[in-house]
Design a binder for this molecule. Sequence first.
Ligand SMILES: [Zn+2]
Length: 413
Amino acid sequence: MSTVNSAQQAVELVANQAIDAALQQTFAVGGAIIDNATGNVIVAMHNNVLMPFPGAAQPYFLPHDPTAHGERQLVDWYFENRVAMNLPAPAQLTVVTTLDPCAMCAGSLLTAGFNVAVSAIDDYAGINYNSAFSFPTLPPAVRQQAQNSWGYYAIAAPVSRAYQGANSPVFSQQTIDSAAYYLTASIFNASVTTVRDASNNSGLPPAQLQNPATLPAHSKVRQALTQLSPYALTVTCPNPRDPGATLAQPLLNTAQNADSFNAVALLDPFGNLIACLGGAENQSPIKTAFMQTTRGYALLRWTLMNDPDPAVRAEAAQYLTHPKYGTFVFLYAPDPSTPQAVMTFGAYGSTMEGPVPQSYPSNLQYVLPPANTTPQQLATLAQSLPPFYTQSVQVSPAQVLDQGLIDAVKNGV
Ligand SMILES: [Zn+2]
């Protein structure tokens, strides 16, 4: 385990992670969990949204996991290892990152309760996109939490930025040099457009796609879908943007079997239910149903698209496409007063990673809002996200249209 003794050293350490990410052709962002009391670097990671398949002769298909941002991975790593490694509480640790966290990562970090220290600003998708430390996206109580536990390191001349933030992050009030800051900002900017395009354009449009409901039982694509979710290809909605009451049972049963309060289904452009997963909040508070569903489907595609058998790769490409052409259906929308809701809408944005084919209603739907919540509160949160989410992705959560589906869920049928 290495140790860092200053903000400069901490940023240089995470910048090295960002360089590794750039070499991997993914978003060039890196981060680390550092012990405030000792400066020990507990773990360092980088973005893995694009990643070569291990052991593949060449990286055929890089889109790996749209939620594999450095900070989100650090949060899950922490909850997987905190007992075995007897780690300090998140409030005694700082996630130091090269780039201001996106909405998904900000929501993840605030759910977990880490201190956060940042080098570069992301004025398009970062939670501090306006550089004002006012966090207009965050619900009021969550905003206060961020202002009490986050900081943006000071930068020496010629950039000359004052320290902005709380005193609780490790090396708070310290200054990094302009070279370290420029490295963290420019290496991300050099990567962002190509990685977004590679993610957003990674599947066939519906007109060129074949219907996976026609796949035979021995098809490896069908078997992989069934293994991910036993309800895969058991339900088809005539209109993929207007799911009906047949979706109630898979959603309710999945939530119950996962011992989770929620479940999220993904319908493909044919209206087939292709994935439906519950949350795993008992493992990590950020393993919500949406995170599990979008990640599970992405990992399934990444694995099949890199299968050693070219026939399997061809079948995966012909029958499975990007979720932007499908519909996500939540059993319950996230509670808009929580950091998990910011994380969820952010993770939806990261899943889309660019423009979504416009349709009514949108492809982000829920059966019921959580108790004491109105659809308007969910819309308000979506509209207050950083510019990437409102302008490029256009996150617009909507309640399902079918009253039969709403009634079936309310009645627990
Ligand atoms: Zn992120």
